[in-house]
Design a protein around this ligand. Structure first.
Ligand SMILES: Nc1ncnc2c1ncn2[C@@H]1O[C@H](COP(=O)(O)OP(=O)(O)OP(=O)(O)O)[C@@H](O)[C@H]1O
Ligand SMILES: [Mg+2]
Length: 321
């Protein structure tokens, strides 16, 4: 199952959250391949399952969330089947994740240096404090932060600085896949732009593959090679970033882009389109988007669309049958 080009292959992934009134099908049969070295933008309205997909790649779903089916093949190994020990080795050192809010992820009682030393020691038991600090300094400096700031504490740093620290902690073990979930939400627009430039530099420097989860289509336009559009726990469309913007093929992608006044003018948030996102406890039959789709046909209400290919995009939509 190993192949050189793809660092990660997700096959028919299903994730559910059992709740009192039923089961939330947060990820409902997702197939996705990541090409080594690419930046994949993952977009879609709130609640469509982006974070759940990101968390399941690292098996970090909080109970009662669970993977109920499918495979996540990373370098030939199925993450869904991994035992605890293998998972711990994978997290951080091979696949790292950064989250929305850097302040809650840093411990106010520990200096920045202590955060780095702890992270390194969790994976490289024998490493000396001196070596750990030296390596941390190098990473900080590659992020444009002076090494002596390792002595400082999280509250002494600005939001942008803390976000860089989070990236540093994610990179210190040299992962090859970085999952960034809304990494710029806590930043102002200028710091955000700098941060995205930095991410772009780092991907080259560290040869990273990145999944960039975001509400902000401006971010993906700037950084992503390809874009995956999610809707209601499924993938609506995948394609090269520029082509998704220029010629969206799935009606949901079209609606999403049309609801943005002018993407080049500012950094627009995704706005919702008419109708509301599906109830994931009781999703519509057939295509999950059919109740909102302007082109709905009879078959859409009955059968779930398979994936069709057109113009380098892949759409789950009966229009392209
Ligand atoms: N712990 C949980 N218990 C029950 N339902 C959950 C839980 N976590 C997520 N969900 C549900 O799973 C679905 C997907 O949520 P998820 O957080 O993955 O969406 P998202 O695309 O990341 O949204 P956002 O853009 O708001 O971050 C939603 O319907 C959400 O309500
Ligand atoms: Mg999310």
């Amino acid at each position: 199952m190993y192949d050189e080009e793809h660092i990660l292959r997700i096959e028919d992934l299903k994730v559910e959250f059992p709740i009192s009134i039923g089961t939330v099908r947060a990820v409902n049969g997702v197939d996705l391949e990541l090409v080594r070295g690419e930046v994949m933008g993952l977009v879609g309205e709130s609640g469509c399952g982006k974070s759940t997909l990101g968390f399941s790649i690292l098996r970090l779903l909080r109970p009662p969330g669970r993977i109920s089916g499918g495979r996540i093949i990373y370098n030939g190994h199925d993450i869904v089947q991994m035992g605890q020990e293998e998972l711990l080795a994978l997290r951080g050192s091979k696949i790292a994740m950064i989250f929305q809010d850097p302040l809650t992820s840093l411990n106010p009682l520990f200096s920045i240096g202590e955060h780095f030393v702890e992270t390194l020691r969790a994976h490289e038991k024998g490493i000396s404090k001196k070596d750990a600090l030296e390596r941390s300094e190098k990473v900080l400096e590659s992020l444009g932060i002076a090494g002596e700031r390792l002595r400082e504490y999280p509250h002494q740093m600005s939001g942008g600085m803390r976000q860089r620290i989070m990236i540093g902690l994610a990179l210190i073990l040299n992962p090859d896949l970085l999952i960034a979930d809304e990494p710029t939400t806590a930043l102002d627009v200028i710091v955000e732009a700098q941060f995205l430039d930095l991410l772009d530099d780092l991907r080259k420097q560290y040869n990273l593959t990145i999944i960039l989860i975001t509400h902000n289509l401006g971010n993906v336009a700037q950084l992503a090679d390809r874009i995956t559009v999610m809707y209601g726990g499924t993938i609506a469309e995948v394609g090269p970033a520029q082509s998704i913007f220029d010629e969206p093929l799935h009606p949901y992608t079209q609606g999403l882009l049309a609801s943005i006044p002018n993407i080049k003018l500012d950094q627009p948030e995704l706005k919702t389109m008419p109708g509301s996102p599906p109830d994931l406890v009781d999703p519509p039959a057939g295509c999950v988007f059919h109740p909102r789709c302007p082109y709905v046909m009879d078959i859409c209400t009955k059968e779930r669309p398979p994936v069709f290919a057109r113009n380098g995009h892949r759409m789950s939509c009966w229009l392209y049958r």
